[in-house]
Design a protein around this ligand. Structure first.
Ligand code: ATP
Length: 234
C-alpha cells in the first residue's frame, strides 16, 4: 500500500502523528484548528506503529488504530491517513517517517501538529535537530498535570494555558537554538478539550459510554471489535 496522495505540488501540508489508541475528538479538533488557522491543503494523519515512549504490547493492533483514524476522518476531504509506518519492525521514529513522507510528497511546505505535552519532549527525539528545523510546529495547548489553567472562557479558551504553552515552546526552541535553522512554531488557537485516549480506554474498561468523546463510527467500531475491554488492551 502506498503512503498517500501524490502530485500535491507546492502545497501546505501538516503531519499529525500519534498513537491514536483510539483517535478521539481532541485529535480532530486540533487537526481542524491547524487546518483553518494555517490554511493547510492537507493534514496527513500518521498512526505510529511502535511509539518509542509507549509500551507497544499494551497498544491495540496497528490495523485497528489505522482503521479507526480512517473512519474518523472519512468525511473531511482535507484529511488523509497514511499507513507509512505499516512495515516498521522497530521503534517508530518521527524523522524516519518524515523522510519517507517527503519522498512521497515532494516540494511541500511542511508543518507538524503536536500537543504541548509531546512538543515538550522534542529535545529527546531522534535526529531532533534536522526534524525541528525542517517543519513549522503547530502546538496545541493541552491541560497538563500541574497546569495553572486559570479561567477557561466561554470559547473554551484560557489565556493562562495559552501563555504557558508559548513559554514552553520558547523553552524548547531555546534548547534547540544551536540548530542551523531556528525552530519555527506557533500555538494553535484550539479550545481546550481535556479528552485523552487514556480516558477513552478507561471509560471502555469501566463500561461507561464514550458517545460524543469519539466520532460515532469509531464508537461503533470499538464496540463491534470489543476493544479496550480488559487491562491487557489498555
Ligand atoms: P494517551 O492518553 O494514550 O497518552 P493521547 O490522548 O495523548 O494518548 P496520542 O495519540 O498519543 O493521544 O496523541 C497524538 C497527539 O495529539 C500528541 O501530540 C498529543 O499531545 C496530541 N493530543 C492528544 N489529545 C489532545 C488534546 N485533548 N488536546 C491537545 N492535544 C492533544
Amino acid at each position: 500500500m502506498k503512503g498517500g496522495c501524490e502530485g500535491l505540488g507546492t502545497q501546505k501540508v501538516a503531519v499529525f502523528g500519534g498513537t491514536f489508541d483510539p483517535v478521539h475528538l481532541g485529535h480532530l479538533l486540533i487537526a481542524q484548528t491547524a487546518s483553518s488557522q494555517m490554511d493547510l491543503d492537507r493534514v496527513i494523519w500518521v498512526p505510529t506503529r511502535y511509539p518509542p515512549h509507549k509500551c507497544s504490547q499494551s497498544l491495540v493492533e496497528f490495523e485497528h488504530r489505522l482503521e479507526m483514524v480512517r473512519q474518523a476522518i472519512a468525511d473531511n476531504p482535507a484529511f488523509v491517513v497514511s499507513p507509512v509506518e505499516i512495515n516498521r519492525t522497530g521503534s517508530s521514529y518521527a524523522i524516519q517517517t518524515f523522510i519517507e513522507l517527503q519522498a512521497l510528497y515532494p516540494a511541500i511546505q511542511w508543518y507538524w501538529i503536536v500537543g504541548a505535552d509531546a512538543f515538550q519532549t522534542l529535545p529527546k527525539w531522534q535526529c531532533r535537530d534536522i526534524l525541528a528545523a525542517s517543519v513549522e510546529w503547530l502546538v496545541a495547548p493541552r491541560l497538563m498535570r500541574g497546569s495553572a489553567a486559570g479561567e477557561v472562557g466561554e470559547t473554551g479558551w484560557s489565556d493562562g494555558i495559552y501563555l504557558e504553552t508559548q513559554i514552553l515552546c520558547q523553552q524548547v526552541a531555546n534548547h534547540l537554538a544551536h540548530t542551523s535553522m531556528p525552530v519555527r512554531w506557533q500555538v494553535l488557537q484550539s479550545p481546550l478539550v481535556a479528552v485523552s485516549s487514556s480516558l477513552i480506554r478507561q471509560f471502555c474498561r469501566e463500561h461507561r459510554s464514550i458517545r460524543y468523546l469519539v466520532p460515532e463510527a469509531v464508537r461503533i467500531y470499538i464496540e463491534a471489535e470489543n476493544l479496550y475491554q480488559s487491562e491487557v488492551d489498555r
